[in-house]
Design a protein around this ligand. Structure first.
Ligand code: PMP
Length: 398
């Protein structure tokens, strides 16, 4: 028999599979609200001006491409720490945080997962119900059993916070809890400040290991506002993990720019942690690529480019909010009854629309409007050109 005779066909990735279906659809009015990508009002993926400016600057002083250090560009890691924790924070200044460049946010999560598997091989990982599609697979492939904590409350269009807290309280010490720092994917519902405080108290009391996934910093309420939760964990004196992605906030999806930061109790502990994290990297891909991280480091550390980025990020954030309000208005105009304020209460790129799988399938087959069967739609792909048609189609399948 052939070497691969027993290899079974893997199921298609539910979201990337949707993309393939979308590309094959000949409907001229098709709209892709499936994949999590921000497009502008013309439906185009933006190339941020700050990125183009940094690349122009870089192209004027072209550098040879030697290997980077295992943990990436030092100036990049420093810039990430400044953004996520604040350059002046005592934990940063005191050398208590190890940050390594990673291959996107996914890479940051995977590095953390592999590191944790060596540290706490028998732990269980808890992810929100529901969560980003890849969380479960990623932690399972690192060797962990993955369970969920309650999160989405369909009946109340919000968060089942009591359920979430009860699950955390019932979890043994060492349990790894993956938390969406902001702009929860897929629901769009984020914890309030007071709820975060309660979660932190339970994490501390139970000895849980928090892993904050920060894939959308700046897409919710602002860079500092979205990052406030990280500071809360610092203030609580916890040791924890943060993965960072610049895919959305810099519109650098294909460059695969991210990071993993691990907060420890002392600088001495941090040095040991970093040394082990480097081993994880070394045995995975040796060292990261140069270009995307250099772009981000240049933008974050050059005041004019930094200001430009903050402006452009605010532009993306504001346009998403505008589309949320516009969607509510169009749905109302199309005759949809009831309280639609949940759409503007949600944060970030996504909205759990409350539509079921059959309705989502009808949106695709009858109207060429592609969302995820869970009812998730990407609000960041709505624009003035497609909004009316999307609202009318949603009304039609309800
Ligand atoms: N975490 C969450 C919650 C995400 O939504 C995403 C991207 N869709 C990621 C991580 C991964 O980001 P990246 O594309 O940078 O790997």
């Amino acid at each position: 028999a052939s070497l691969f005779a027993s290899v079974e066909m893997a199921p298609r990735d539910p979201i990337l599979g949707l993309n393939e279906q979308f590309n094959a659809d000949t409907n001229p009015n098709k709209v892709n609200l499936g994949v999590g990508v921000y497009t502008d009002d013309q439906g185009k993926l933006p190339l941020l001006k700050c990125v183009a400016a940094a690349e122009k600057q870089m192209s004027e002083t072209l550098k040879p491409r030697g290997y980077l250090p295992i943990d990436g560009i030092a100036a990049y890691d420093k810039a990430v720490q400044g953004l996520v924790f604040g350059a002046e924070h005592p934990a940063v200044k005191g050398g208590r945080i190890a940050t390594a460049q990673a291959i996107g946010g996914t890479g940051g999560l995977k590095l953390g997962a592999d590191f944790l598997k060596r540290l706490q091989p028998n732990a269980t990982v808890l992810i929100s119900d529901p969560s980003w599609e890849n969380h479960r697979a990623l932690f399972e492939s690192a060797g962990f059993p993955v369970d969920t904590y309650p999160y989405y409350d369909a009946a109340n269009r919000g968060i089942n916070f009591d359920g979430m807290l009860a699950k955390l309280k019932a979890s043994p010490a060492g349990t790894i809890v993956v938390l969406h720092a902001c702009c929860h994917n897929p629901t769009g519902y984020d914890l309030t400040d007071a709820q975060w405080d309660e979660v932190i108290n339970v994490v501390k009391a139970q000895g849980l290991v928090a892993f904050l996934d920060m894939a959308y910093q700046g897409f919710g309420n602002g860079i500092a506002e979205d990052g406030a939760v990280v500071l809360k964990f610092l203030e609580a004196g916890l040791s924890f993990f943060v993965s960072t992605s610049f895919s959305k906030s810099f519109s650098l999806y294909g460059e695969r720019v991210g990071a993993l930061s691990i907060v420890s109790e002392t600088a001495e502990e941090c040095a040991r942690v970093l040394s082990q994290l480097k081993r994880v990297i070394r045995t995975n891909y040796s060292n990261p690529p140069t270009h995307g991280a250099q772009v981000v480091a240049t933008v974050l550390s050059t005041p004019e480019l930094r200001a430009m980025w903050e402006d452009e990020l605010a532009g993306m954030r504001d346009r998403i909010k505008l589309m949320r309000t516009a969607l509510v208005n169009e749905l109302t105009a199309a005759g949809v009854q009831g309280d639609l304020s949940y759409i503007t209460r949600q944060k970030g790129m996504f909205s759990y629309s409350g539509l079921n799988a059959a309705q989502m399938q009808r949106l695709r087959s009858e109207f060429g409007i592609y969302g995820v069967d869970s009812g998730r739609i990407c609000v960041a792909a709505l624009n003035t050109g497609n909004l009316k048609a999307v609202a009318a189609a949603i009304k039609a399948v309800m």
